[in-house]
Design a protein around this ligand. Structure first.
Ligand code: HEM
Length: 559
């Protein structure tokens, strides 16, 4: 009797559950949700996030989303509550303007348990952090900064040019990916901590490799999917001893954390020396460190809810690593280090990738390389290798060079280092219009991709071709590459709005100094570019992780 009664009780329950599931997960998302009218990038996208998660796991997100935009237009649905948006008006201007907060995708960038500018999700605490240093990354400041000039002079004349001259003399090719990442770290640590404290990865290959191992070990590229997209599941599994991401990541991170604190201690020593009367020489002063220290001293950190710090745990980790973290640090010190560490990581890959693709394109286009050399030599103070006065151009005249600027812009367009989606959520208590679609509900995840924005053929005719002339409107041949809208509005290599890259002007200037040094003095040719295609991730470096070039001394006159 009971055996018969059991299913009869179960049946209504099962029926109710089935109807609920059908309505909630099938009928509502497919037919009644305000997102139902938006084209699905895949038939499953309306019902489940599993499809886009699988696409991300396979590292084919940027290309898949781009194909969906080509087929279905500027707004596509990636999941039941997720969109990709590929337009400027009612697109990036809205999403990256005001009120759309970041998602936990960015939480992986926390250092020392402390949120920094990049990993702070909410606008208000983020704005406080950004304001601390915005002025020293402003273009007007950088173009007239004696520190920037001194750092560029030192690093180009003392490190880059002798290194390349040696390779040219011995006919030994070089991996420019390594070279450029080293140059980016050397320049940036000099600006942060002062030249005497900053790294010298260009000349010291062992230190460079060790640093690179720590960096890759603490943010292992093959596992970033789990840290970005499944952070809760990843840490929950770890509690049961299932380490989806290798747990030696924490060892590398501890070492890396200790390294950055050590650099901060070096900067402190420089500040003490200046306070005791030592000369404040340009380039030898820890510009960014000092400013962060000065500003954060005035802040009452305990009242800032964005700051989370388990100081004892951080120190314990340091003790286990047997390193300098064992020395107790104040919250202010860790706050500064968290910020600097993040900015350094932002610099290293992005500048390395961008310069690599400039070199690759120039090496494939020798005529443009020759024209660039002529332009660089026309500067009042070109970067001449071996010259007695070891000058670099004034930053303003370098910045004004039209061809150099066009080459860098076109490379950042075609090969954006940050190619992937930058996720945000629609604001609570408001509905939003994106593209042609109104009433997008609150808490919808929305992203735009530089990869797709930069490949709109109406704005960038022949979008897959490298045509610096599209940025040179005075050039007759540029007419073929002018699109229907202003290119600058669609150029998104540094993102836009309040969360736009703080280092964009700095990166542009430093990359121009490096390119000026190389291409005034040398001619580059490709030796091995296997694996040059970009990976399909948030950060899109070369699949082969290298580019081998040969350099020869440039002829003294360019015809
Ligand atoms: C070619 C070089 C660079 C490229 C292509 C680049 C690109 C970007 C992009 C696209 C973003 C926005 C990412 C997002 O919101 O998901 C960003 C943010 C950021 N970048 Fe860069 N970046 C470069 C160099 C640098 C440098 C040199 C620094 C520091 C010195 C830097 C520091 C930052 C910081 C701190 C943020 C977060 C800004 C915020 O949240 O307000 N970047 N960068």
């Amino acid at each position: 009797m009971e055996l018969v009664a059991f299913p009869s009780v179960l049946s209504p329950t099962l029926l109710i559950i089935s109807v609920f599931v059908l309505v909630r997960h099938v009928l509502y998302p497919a037919f009644f949700s305000p997102l139902a009218k938006i084209p699905n990038a895949h038939p499953l996208a309306a019902f489940t996030s599993a499809w886009i998660t699988w696409i991300r796991f396979r590292n084919i997100e940027n290309s898949t989303v781009h194909e969906a935009h080509k087929r279905y237009g500027s707004v596509v649905r990636l999941g039941p509550s997720e969109l990709s948006v590929n337009c400027v008006d009612d697109g990036i201007k809205t999403i990256y303007g005001k009120g759309f907060e970041k998602t936990p995708f960015y939480s992986v960038f926390v250092n020392y348990g402390i949120l920094n500018m990049f990993s702070t999700l909410q606008s208000h605490p983020h704005a406080i952090k950004k304001k601390r240093i915005a002025n020293i990354y402003a273009k007007s400041h950088l173009l007239s900064s004696p520190d920037i000039r001194a750092i560029s002079t030192h690093i180009t004349h003392k490190r880059i040019l002798p290194l390349i001259a040696n390779r040219a003399a011995t006919d030994t090719p070089i991996d420019v990916f390594n070279l450029y990442r080293a140059a980016a770290v050397d320049m940036t640590t000099a600006y942060f901590f002062g030249l005497p404290v900053g790294t010298n990865h260009l000349e010291n290959e062992d230190k460079r490799q060790h640093w690179q191992e720590q960096y890759l070990g603490s943010s292992p590229p093959d596992y970033m999917f789990f840290l970005h997209h499944l952070p809760q599941l990843t840490s929950w599994l770890a509690k049961f001893g299932i380490h989806v991401v290798p747990k030696d990541r924490f060892f590398f991170k501890d070492e890396f954390d200790a390294w950055c604190l050590n650099m901060c201690s070096g900067a402190e020593d420089l500040l003490s020396a200046v306070a005791s009367g030592a000369e404040k020489r340009p380039g030898y002063f820890p510009v960014v460190y000092e400013q962060l220290k000065r500003i954060t001293r005035k802040e009452n950190m305990s009242e800032d809810p964005s700051i989370r710090l388990d100081d004892s745990a951080t120190r314990q980790k340091g003790r286990e690593a047997g390193d300098i973290l064992d020395v107790p640090r104040s919250r202010q010190q860790l706050e500064i280090a968290s910020e600097l560490m993040d900015q350094l990581i932002a610099t290293h890959e992005t500048m390395g990738i961008s310069l690599l693709y400039v070199s690759w394109e120039l090496s494939r286009n020798p005529k443009i390389q020759d024209r660039l050399r002529a332009e660089l030599k026309s500067l009042p103070t070109p970067v001449i290798y071996g010259s007695a006065d070891e000058e670099v151009p004034d930053a303003r005249s370098l910045d004004d060079l039209p061809l150099l600027h066009a080459i860098v812009m076109e490379t950042l367009r075609l090969h954006p280092a940050v190619a992937g989606g930058q996720p945000r959520v629609t604001p609570p208590n408001a509905s939003t219009k994106l593209g042609d679609y109104a009433n997008i509900p609150p808490n919808t995840r929305v992203s735009s991709y530089a990869w797709s924005l930069h490949r709109n053929p109406e704005v960038f005719p022949d979008p897959d071709g490298w045509h610096p002339e599209r940025w040179l409107e005075s050039e007759p041949s540029s007419a073929a590459y002018q699109g229907s809208d202003k290119k600058e509005r669609w150029f998104w290599a540094f993102s836009s709005g309040g969360r736009m890259c703080i280092g964009s002007n700095y990166a542009m200037l430093m990359m121009k100094y490096i390119l000026a040094a190389l291409h005034t003095n040398f001619v580059s040719t490709i030796v091995d570019d296997e694996g040059i295609e970009q990976t399909d991730g948030f950060m899109a470096g070369p699949k082969g992780d290298k580019l081998i070039l040969a350099f020869q001394h440039a002829p003294s006159e360019v015809s």
